[in-house]
Design a protein around this ligand. Structure first.
Ligand code: SF4
Length: 385
């Protein structure tokens, strides 16, 4: 077999804009803001009181690539589950607090890495800021000021008539100023809205007026298909201008799906090293193989691949050889056969029935070679065109 140049990565892939300069805070072992990579968050859906189920879900999220996890704390029983969850979770745990300020203190005592507060619905929140600031500072715990269109401070709702971008930002900056009064600045801010247009505008306004790290989210984005699109559009609009330090994709779907979408959004913008990337054609009347099935089977067969790999799955000879040649690995199909390319060279031609297994075998071989060559997992492959 001819030797193939596997191509060591050289320079980082370009991004669309420089990251906005923000203060850096710590969420447990994860840094947020400053020059820290944009992190991906999700939230458990298990009852927090069910410690085993919650830890199991956190383990799944961790395996999927989640950096930070949030758990709901709606009751005393949930608060009492926090110490075990915080201690046993592999990734930092944020306690999500609404209505009851006493759970903020419980979460800090429990060893949570951070606390999310929703100033709009915490009773007498303004009176509590001094105590919260002191407790958080003493414990090294950061806070998210999580303003949400659905639970905006009633005073601002009255002033603006509805949760406009300006209303969300005014609420967030007001609460930030209360923390600042007590010399506490270890917080990030979110101003979530279900409408990506309002949400983007709110974050743009906020980014102009403060240097706190921003947690991006389109709230109640919807089921997986709609929520993925809304989040990708909104996050893309902001991240492409350098706005956003940590993200949470909200889907009416299992939380691991949120993490996968979040990671893909970041990878697409070169904000996170790309791992497996399938370049597959949409198919058309010229296709000589079942491209959809082929692409799905290759994707499934390579799921979890830890090294950067671009795999082209193409349906015919129009763009097939060109794309397959540009990728690390590819197939150009035609006449019931597939030409298998590795790093631009045809290494073999196989019958259609063997395309998937051949691609997977070759991918595994490349992965082993890359690991042997010391390419760190997830290091982006730079393709010079
Ligand atoms: S590669 Fe061929 S089959 Fe696929 S979309 Fe292009 S022309 Fe159609």
């Amino acid at each position: 077999m001819t030797s193939i140049d596997l191509g060591m990565p050289t320079t980082p892939s370009p991004t669309l804009a420089e990251r906005r300069k923000t203060r850096q805070i710590r969420v447990g072992k994860v840094l947020v803001g400053g020059d820290a990579p944009v992190s991906v968050q999700s939230m458990t859906t298990t009852p927090t009181t069910d410690v085993n189920a919650t830890l199991q879900q956190i383990a799944e999220l961790t395996a999927t690539g989640c950096d930070i996890v949030r758990v709901a704390v709606p009751s005393q029983d949930d608060a009492e589950a926090l110490p075990t969850i915080a201690r046993k979770s592999q990734i930092p745990v944020i306690a999500d607090i609404h209505f009851q300020p006493k759970y903020v203190f419980a979460a800090i005592d429990a060893g949570c890495a951070a606390v999310r507060v929703n100033p709009g619905n915490i009773r007498k929140f303004d009176d509590q800021v001094k105590e919260i600031s002191r407790a958080a500072a003493d414990a090294g715990v950061s806070i998210r000021i999580g303003v949400n269109a659905g639970s905006l401070d009633p005073r601002l709702l009255q002033k603006y008539g509805k949760p406009t971008a300006e209303a969300l930002v005014e609420s967030a900056l007001w609460e930030a100023s209360l923390f600042e009064e007590h010399d506490f600045r270890d917080f990030k801010i979110s101003v979530k809205h279900h409408d990506p247009v309002v949400m983007v505008r709110a974050y743009e306004l906020l980014a102009e007026q403060c240097d706190y790290p921003l947690h991006l989210g389109v709230t109640e984005a919807g089921p997986a298909f709609q929520g993925t699109i809304k989040s990708a559009v909104a996050f893309g609009a902001l991240l492409s201008k350098g706005i956003g330090d940590t993200i949470r994709v909200s889907l009416s779907a299992p939380p691991a799906e949120e993490v996968k979408v979040g990671i893909k959004i970041l990878e697409s913008l070169n904000l996170r090293p790309r791992k497996l990337e399938i370049v597959s054609c949409p198919s058309c009347g010229r296709a000589q193989v079942d491209v959809y099935t082929l692409a799905e089977e290759v994707t499934a067969g390579l799921e979890g691949m830890e090294v950067p790999l671009r795999v082209a799955v193409m349906g015919c000879v129009v763009n097939g050889p060109g794309e397959a040649r540009e990728a690390d690995l590819g197939v150009a199909s035609g006449n019931g056969k597939g030409q298998i390319f590795v790093k631009g060279e045809v290494v073999k031609t196989v019958p259609e029935s063997q395309i998937v297994e051949t691609l997977i075998d070759e991918a595994m071989r490349i992965a082993e070679d890359l690991k042997g060559a010391g390419v760190p997992s997830g290091t982006p492959e730079v393709v010079v065109r």
